[in-house]
Design a protein around this ligand. Structure first.
Ligand code: DCP
Ligand code: MG
Ligand code: MN
Length: 380
C-alpha cells in the first residue's frame, strides 16, 4: 500500500524489521543449509515492512492485503513473530539461537575485522575454534591460517570494539586535514558516516577528500602549493605523511583513491604535560595523564567535485537509509544510485546520467523528487 509521497522513504518500523533481519542473518550466514529458505522468507517480510508508510501496531494491518506474497502463506510463522515483537519487543527464537554454542562461536569469530561468517563457520567446524582467544592461539601456531588483514583484525579486536567519541573522531580528522593541507591546499576534508549523522560515538572514522575544481583542471598549476598533480596522487601522499607521524599504523586495503586501515592519535604527552619550572623529571610532582590512545578503524576516499554529492550521500548512510534511497531511485525513476552518480537503467543497459549538474546532496534529492533529509534524520 504505497502512496505517492515526496517524503524520502524512511523505515518507520525498525522495531519489526531489525530483529527479523538479525534472525534472517543467523539462519543464512550462521546456520546455513536448508535454513536459507527461512532466511529468505524473513527477509522478504522485513523488506516489505520496511517500505510501509505507516507505523505497524497490529499484525492484522499486514494481512489484508498481504504486504508480500510470503506473508499470505498459511504457515507463515513470521506473523507470530511480528505479533510477539509488537507485544513484548523481543523475539524468543532470536534470543534462543544466540545462546546456542555454534551460533555464539560464529558470531564471536565474525566480530573480528576481516573474518566473515563463512570463514568463521569454517574455523569453528574444521579447526574447532569457538572464541577469539582460541583463534589467537591458532593464529600463533599457524600464521598461514589467516590473511594479513585478519591478523590485523585479531590484533586490534578489543580496540576495534570500542566506540570512538566524537572529539576523538575530530582529532583524528584534524591530522588528516593537516596532511591534506600540506599536500593539496584547497582540497576539502569531510567526515561522513555515523559522525555526520550526529552520533555521539562512532564505530570508525569515514573521511572523504575532494580537491578543488582548480586542482582538477590544472593540478599543482591550478592549486598553488600542491605537491601532487593528479587526483590519484593525493591519497597516497596524504597517507605517507600520516604514517610518518605515526597516525596511520596499518593498512587493510590500499588503492589510489580508496584506503581502509588503522589510525590512532599520536603520542601527545609533550603537549599535555604541564610545564614545570624546575623541569625535574620523574619526581612524581607532575602527574602526566596520557589518554588512552586506541587503534581505530579509518576509511579515507578521494572523489572529484562532480562525484562528491553522491559520495557524501553514500558514505553518510545509514546503510538502511541508502537502501531505501536506492530502492526509491530504482522504482520511481529507473535510476541506479551509487557513490559516484546516477546510472539510467534500460533493461541490461546502463548509461551515466549527464544531463544535470549536482552541486550538493540537495540536488540529488531534488532530482529524485524527494524532500531533503538532513543527516541527523538518516539513521533509520
Ligand atoms: N555503506 C553502505 N553499504 C555498505 C557499507 C557502507 O551503504 N555495504 C555506507 C552506509 C554507511 C557508510 O557507508 O553509513 C559508512 O559505513 P560504516 O560501515 O562506517 O557505517 P557508519 O559510519 O554508518 O556506522 P559506524 O559508526 O558503525 O561506522
Ligand atoms: Mg563509520
Ligand atoms: Mn567506515
Amino acid at each position: 500500500c504505497q502512496r505517492p509521497s515526496t517524503a524520502a522513504p524512511v523505515n518507520l518500523n525498525p522495531h519489526i524489521t531489525r530483529p527479523l533481519e538479525e534472525l534472517a542473518a543467523i539462519y543464512e550466514d550462521v546456520l546455513g543449509g536448508t535454513n536459507a529458505y527461512k532466511a529468505r522468507h524473513h527477509k522478504q517480510v522485513a523488506g516489505a515492512v520496511e517500505r510501509l508508510d505507516f507505523v505497524v501496531t497490529d499484525v492484522e494491518q499486514l494481512c489484508d492485503p498481504p504486504v508480500t506474497p510470503a506473508f499470505a502463506q498459511k504457515t507463515s510463522t513470521v506473523r507470530d513473530k511480528i505479533r510477539e515483537l509488537l507485544a513484548t519487543g523481543k523475539l524468543a527464537k532470536l534470543e534462543e539461537l544466540k545462546r546456542k554454542p555454534d551460533v555464539e562461536a560464529v558470531l564471536e569469530l565474525s566480530g573480528v575485522w576481516g573474518i566473515g561468517t563463512e570463514t568463521a563457520r569454517k574455523l569453528h567446524r574444521e579447526d574447532g575454534v569457538s572464541t577469539v582467544a582460541q583463534l589467537r592461539a591458532l593464529a600463533a601456531r599457524q600464521p598461514g591460517k589467516l590473511s594479513a588483514n585478519q591478523h590485523v583484525g585479531l590484533r586490534f579486536y578489543e580496540e576495534f570494539k570500542e566506540r570512538i567519541p566524537r572529539d576523538e573522531v575530530e582529532a583524528l580528522a584534524g591530522h588528516v586535514e593537516d596532511a591534506v593541507a600540506a599536500v593539496c591546499p584547497g582540497c576539502s576534508v569531510t567526515v561522513a558516516g555515523s559522525y555526520r549523522r550526529g552520533k555521539t560515538s562512532c564505530g570508525d572514522v569515514d573521511v572523504l577528500l575532494c580537491p578543488s575544481e582548480e586542482f582538477i583542471r590544472g593540478g599543482s598549476q591550478g592549486a598553488p602549493g600542491a605537491t601532487v598533480d593528479t587526483v590519484e596522487d593525493i591519497l597516497p601522499a596524504v597517507l605517507a605523511r600520516l604514517r610518518t607521524r605515526g597516525v596511520v599504523t596499518d593498512d587493510l586495503s590500499t588503492g589510489t583513491v580508496s584506503w581502509m586501515g588503522v589510525a590512532r592519535l599520536p603520542d601527545s604527552r609533550e603537549r599535555l604535560a604541564p610545564t614545570t619550572t624546575d623541569g625535574a623529571e620523574g619526581d612524581g610532582a607532575v602527574a602526566v595523564v596520557t589518554p588512552k590512545r586506541l587503534h581505530r578503524r579509518m576509511d579515507i576516499k578521494t572523489y572529484t567535485p562532480d562525484e562528491m554529492p553522491f559520495a557524501l550521500l553514500y558514505f553518510t548512510g545509514s546503510g538502511y537509509f541508502n537502501r531505501s534511497m536506492r530502492t526509491w531511485a530504482d522504482k520511481a525513476k529507473g535510476l541506479s544510485l551509487h557513490d559516484r552518480g546516477f546510472n539510467l537503467v534500460r533493461g541490461n543497459d546502463m548509461t551515466a546520467v549527464r544531463d544535470a549538474k549536482f552541486r550538493d546532496e540537495r540536488d540529488v534529492f531534488e532530482y529524485l523528487g524527494l524532500e531533503y533529509v538532513p543527516p541527523e534524520d538518516r539513521s533509520v
